[in-house]
Ligand binder design. Structure first.
Ligand code: NAI
Length: 462
């Protein structure tokens, strides 16, 4: 049989498998779902396209989906985030995967296309950032003769259009057929759910979607505590710079910003925040951070990190003003938070993979991490397994819900019910020795809940 995967080196599979075995011990939520549903196989018949960073943690997610009966094909959602040994282990286990650390943008969209090519067609999407959903919906628009721009990450527009044209030429009607076969999408991250809500508002979302990001056990843990561990890890592996005493600027104080600021503070950096939202700005100030304008600190700070999910946050005029050897990186989903395209005419010196030194016209140099793509996955290995277990347990629950009950939902964006959010948290307590108190029925009555939960009203913000 022809090989149905693209990985860097299949010989890395043994190493990948060893790390997978270790990760399983740190992913109690996923392992509990395997124990609970492994016999019932609730995902039997599901043909899931996954577009999510191909890491060791994701490999445990993939094997959980397979253990629950799904057929899976996988691509990474970022050109730098793949861990080649994880991809090799998954390929060696028989699940088609198309992901190489350092793949080109052309390969990225080609691999995404390949991940849809189940012999009987895909019927579910598990997305991170929305590229898989975007691909199908843009292609179906193209087939209907509609304009397919604007593409959110505009610098990729030409590449995406070319890939869509190629698929249309090879298989006329494929996008429309695929779109109509998709029962639902579960979306991992803030940027992807923002896209889904925008599609819903425009009346262009044809299937139900579950917003996994806004499960409390996802965004308040992965985005925050995950970045708290992985941000500094990325900067250290990239630069080995001394962080204590340095001035670091974190743009954005949402969940990722809060974790990133805590990460840098934990390393001894003096951290400043920029924000546009008065609530988050006040939170930052009351957490003890100076809230500043980027313009006012751009020539004195040592490290800059964008966490906004917005575009053009660090612009060319900022980078021109920076100190010599300032470190610039992004941990938000797309690379357009930093105006990397505007640096293309400058002198680049590659230091090592995903680390470049760029000389400004005035002679000052900056160190740019992962070409502006999310540095915790580009320069390090992303979040640790334990926190990803919480995120991915939500993902699996969302896939089961959509696969089994899609008919109960009209097209739109939904969040998992609170009792499942609490279940995800509960599955992670024992591993870290948490002892949970129990309500007496009198106490439960007094605060208006049942002793089994849910414990908070929907409007509670954690
Ligand atoms: P969020 O919405 O909670 O936070 C973003 C914050 O940035 C908001 O408080 C917003 O007011 C602020 N902001 C927007 N424009 C700004 C500007 N021009 N200047 C300063 N602040 C600005 O979103 P969240 O969950 O923190 O996610 C942020 C990004 O990180 C998204 O792209 C998300 O997909 C990505 N993400 C990355 C992860 C990683 O491991 N690298 C993990 C989770 C999310």
């Amino acid at each position: 049989m022809a090989k149905d995967y693209v990985v860097k080196d299949i010989a890395l599979a043994d190493f990948g498998r060893k790390e997978l075995d270790i990760a399983e011990t740190e992913m109690p939520g996923l392992m509990a779902l395997r124990a609970e549903y492994g016999d019932a196989k609730p995902l039997a018949g599901a043909r899931i396209v996954g577009s999510l960073h191909m890491t060791i943690q994701t490999a445990v997610l993939i094997e959980t989906l397979v253990a629950l009966g799904a057929d899976v094909r996988w691509a990474s959602c970022n050109i730098f985030s793949t861990q080649d040994h994880a991809a090799a282990a998954i390929a060696a286990g028989g699940t088609p995967v198309f992901a190489v650390k350092g793949q080109t943008l052309e390969e990225h969209w080609d691999y995404l296309d390949k991940s849809f090519l189940f012999p009987e067609g895909a019927n579910m999407i598990l997305d991170d950032g929305g590229d898989a959903t975007l691909y199908v919906l843009l292609g179906a628009r193209a087939e209907a003769g509609e304009e397919i721009i604007p593409v959110p990450q505009s610098e990729e527009e030409e590449v995406i259009k070319k890939q869509i044209a190629k698929r249309m030429a090879e298989s006329p009607g494929w996008f429309t057929k695929t779109r109509d076969a998709i029962r639902g999408v579960s979306e991992e991250t803030t940027t992807g759910v923002n896209r889904l809500y925008a599609l819903q508002k425009e009346g262009r979302l044809p299937f139900p979607a579950i917003n996994v990001n806004d499960s409390v056990t996802k965004s308040k843990f992965d985005n925050k505590y995950g970045c708290k561990e992985s941000l500094v890890d990325g900067i250290r592996r990239a630069t080995d710079t001394m962080m204590a005493g340095k001035v670091a600027v974190v743009c954005g104080y949402g969940d990722v910003g809060k974790g990133s600021a805590a990460s840098l503070r934990g390393a001894g950096a003096r951290v400043k925040i920029t924000e546009i939202d008065p609530i988050c700005a006040l939170q930052a100030a009351m957490d003890g951070f100076e809230v500043v304008l980027l313009e006012d600190v751009v020539s004195t700070a040592d490290i800059f990190v964008t966490t906004t999910g917005n575009k053009d946050v660090i612009r060319i005029e900022h980078m021109r003003e920076m100190k010599d050897m300032a470190i610039v990186g992004n941990i938000g989903h797309f690379d357009n938070e930093i105006q990397v395209a505007s640096l293309k005419n400058h002198k680049w010196t590659n230091i090592k993979d995903q680390v470049d030194m760029i000389e400004m016209p005035a002679g000052n140099r900056i160190i740019l991490l992962s070409e502006g793509r999310l540095l915790n996955l580009g320069n390090a290995t992303g979040h640790p397994s334990f926190v990803m277990s919480a995120s991915f347990t939500n993902q699996v629950l969302a896939q089961i819900e959509l696969w089994k009950n899609a008919e109960d939902y009209t097209p739109g964006v939904y969040i998992l019910p609170k009792h499942l959010d609490e279940k995800v948290a509960r599955l992670h307590l024992e591993r870290i020795g948490v002892k949970l108190s129990t309500l007496s029925s009198e106490q439960a009555d007094y605060i208006g809940v049942t002793p089994e939960g849910p414990f908070k009203p929907e409007h509670y913000r954690y």
